[in-house]
Write a protein that binds this ligand. Structure first.
Ligand code: CMP
Length: 141
């Protein structure tokens, strides 16, 4: 059975532009519950570790630079089949390709500055959630 929690990050472009509240409201209206949240500025080491899977890709340097350029907002979200549900809700990586009504269609600027991250598997959701949060940071039940 698919897990019911996933990890998202409201990225520095959206957080810095004051879009966090609208994005959270949009996700809550879509049935997601926020079970953990924080505001932080990633260090270069943290961003490099979080995106280690993309090391060697042409956009890796740009990605780390962008993700450390301002505050971001990691959150753990809860909904049935959370990973798939959130990926549907945020839309394609490139906002130009994202479906109407998705977070990226509504709030992202470009493929690089694309407003929001979502885990791509249950395994990565668990790993990424542990990266930012301890069990005690999450609501219980
Ligand atoms: P996300 O899926 O959250 O995590 C990996 C990120 O790499 C992705 O969002 C984009 O922001 C970024 N990314 C992927 N492809 C490109 C690209 N071609 N140019 C710049 N950034 C990219």
């Amino acid at each position: 059975m698919a897990a019911n929690r996933t990890l998202t990050i409201i990225k520095p472009d959206a957080f810095g532009a004051g879009k966090a509240g609208k994005i959270i409201a949009h996700l809550e209206a879509g049935g997601f519950r926020v079970v953990a949240a924080r505001v932080m500025r990633l260090s270069t080491a943290q961003a490099g570790e979080f995106y280690a899977v993309h090391k060697g890709r042409p956009f890796y340097g740009e990605l780390v630079e962008f993700m450390t350029s301002g505050e971001c907002m990691p959150m753990i979200l809860e909904k049935a089949d959370a990973v798939l549900a959130l990926r549907d809700a945020i839309g394609a990586t490139d906002p130009a390709q994202a479906a109407e009504g998705t977070v990226r269609k509504l709030y992202a600027e470009s493929k690089g500055r694309n407003a929001i991250h979502a885990s791509d598997s249950d395994e990565n959701a668990a790993r990424e959630s542990r990266f930012f949060f301890a069990e005690a940071d999450c609501v219980r039940g």
